[in-house]
Design a protein around this ligand. Structure first.
Ligand SMILES: NC(=O)c1ccc[n+]([C@@H]2O[C@H](COP(=O)([O-])OP(=O)(O)OC[C@H]3O[C@@H](n4cnc5c(N)ncnc54)[C@H](OP(=O)(O)O)[C@@H]3O)[C@@H](O)[C@H]2O)c1
Length: 369
């Protein structure tokens, strides 16, 4: 992926006119709103740390997911790795889909070592393996889906977890798309569609298909998001956080649309905001807000602050597991945040907007694959 000037004309919508004041005001208002929501979350996180410290829950050793096959994108780090671990610990066969072979190998080794330690205590984990997937490339998505189909594993749970947040400069992928839009939303949408098509193909061939739960990682930032159909790729002016908000709102919209389109076929979809979590993604973002010369020297000072004010990946994983294991009628098509089903941005309930986004996504992908 290459960093490009914000005035780049690569991508979908063309046009180099500056955005109007309407857009500027809307983005300023949503940023203020999100700072408020973020502050509330930070306070909740501190409370959650205190409660967890008092309660000291025993580790979950159930094997309820034995025999299930689960795919986790970005399963080599952060919330994705924690989710892969929890799934394997509950007996599932886990495939982590990662862009870096080296980081994937390290994560698989780490999880295998934990499985070996658990087995000494009489607890059998499911197998964990990795497959290559770079979400900044639709070719890679297609290749992953083909390889996956060739293996004939079927899929019970798909966790679309990988993500990038607010890089300061606009990054353009090999497909000529803005990276946050593609990595967070579009490539996951395409991956999901290809796996759904495989599933439908199997059904047409008379094979039994298993129920599928799709869990899409979004963010509270979607609450201030907007789908800018006149400039989906943020070519006119690049606002890193507004661009993230658009991608995360697109995820919530498409989650609800998948639920509407595929629910009759045994598919359910849930979106999850994992909270503000102490991972590289969050640390890079908060450190990145500081002036560049201060960033490296303040990093060690900030690390304990992050630990106190952000959720641990383990706490976030509990919400992802809730989305994976709750009955369909409790969570299908819904939005989970901080351990509860909550109201998403009201525009995410607009089926016309979701259908429009779906068509726009099809058009973008068709031009490139
Ligand atoms: N942390 C938070 O506070 C927070 C808040 C709200 C929502 N979320 C969402 O939660 C999800 C997980 O985030 P996290 O906090 O666990 O972040 P993280 O620790 O930075 O992990 C992100 C994962 O995404 C992978 N990834 C990035 N670009 C990719 C690409 N082009 N192709 C394939 N994989 C790619 C990364 O792979 P590499 O290791 O190769 O980079 C990594 O495995 C994201 O969707 C994020 O937006 C996080």
């Amino acid at each position: 992926m290459a960093a490009a000037a914000s005035s780049s004309t690569d991508g979908q919508n063309g046009g180099s006119a500056e955005p109007g004041w309407g857009k500027r005001w809307k983005i300023a208002a949503s940023t203020t709103y999100l700072i408020g929501l973020g502050t509330v979350e930070v306070c909740q996180n501190v409370g959650e740390h205190v409660l967890d410290h008092i309660r000291r829950k025993p580790p979950n050793t159930s094997t309820t997911l034995q025999g299930k096959v689960c795919v986790v994108t970005g399963g080599n780090a952060g919330v994705g790795k924690g989710t892969a671990e929890q799934l394997a610990a509950q007996g599932a066969h886990v495939v982590i889909a990662c862009r870096s072979a080296e980081r994937a190998k390290d994560a698989v080794q780490e999880l295998k070592a934990k499985a070996a330690a658990a087995s000494k205590k009489g607890h059998t984990w499911g197998p964990v393996e990795s497959m290559s997937l770079d979400l900044s490339s639709l070719r890679s998505v297609h290749h992953f889906a083909d390889e996956y189909a060739r293996r004939g594993l079927g899929v019970d749970v798909l966790v679309n977890n990988a993500g990038v947040m607010a890089p300061p400069d606009r990054i353009v992928t090999e497909d000529g798309l803005e990276a946050q839009f593609q990595v967070n939303y579009l490539s996951h949408w395409q991956l999901t569609r290809e796996l759904l098509e495989q599933r439908q193909g199997a059904r047409v061939r008379g094979k039994a298909v298993r129920p599928l739960r799709i869990v899409n990682l979004t963010s509270v930032v979607h609450q201030g998001g907007h789908i800018w159909f006149d400039d989906l790729q943020f070519e006119k002016k690049y606002w890193p956080f507004a661009c993230y908000g658009q991608a995360k709102l697109a995820i919530v919209l498409s989650t609800k649309e998948i639920q509407r389109r595929y629910n009759r076929e045994g598919v359910s979809a849930v979106s999850v905001h994992p909270g503000l979590v102490d991972t590289e993604l969050a640390r890079n973002f908060f450190t990145g807000v500081l002036p560049r010369p201060l960033q490296s020297c303040l990093r060690p000072v900030l690390n304990p602050v992050y630990t106190a004010f952000l959720r641990t990946p383990e706490q976030a994983v509990q919400d992802v597991m809730m989305a994976i294991t709750s009955p369909e009628d409790a969570v299908g098509g819904k939005y989970i945040a901080n351990g509860k089903v909550r109201a998403a941005n009201p525009v995410a309930d607009d089926p016309a907007l979701a259908a429009r986004l779906w068509e726009a996504s099809e058009e973008i992908v068709q031009k490139r694959l």
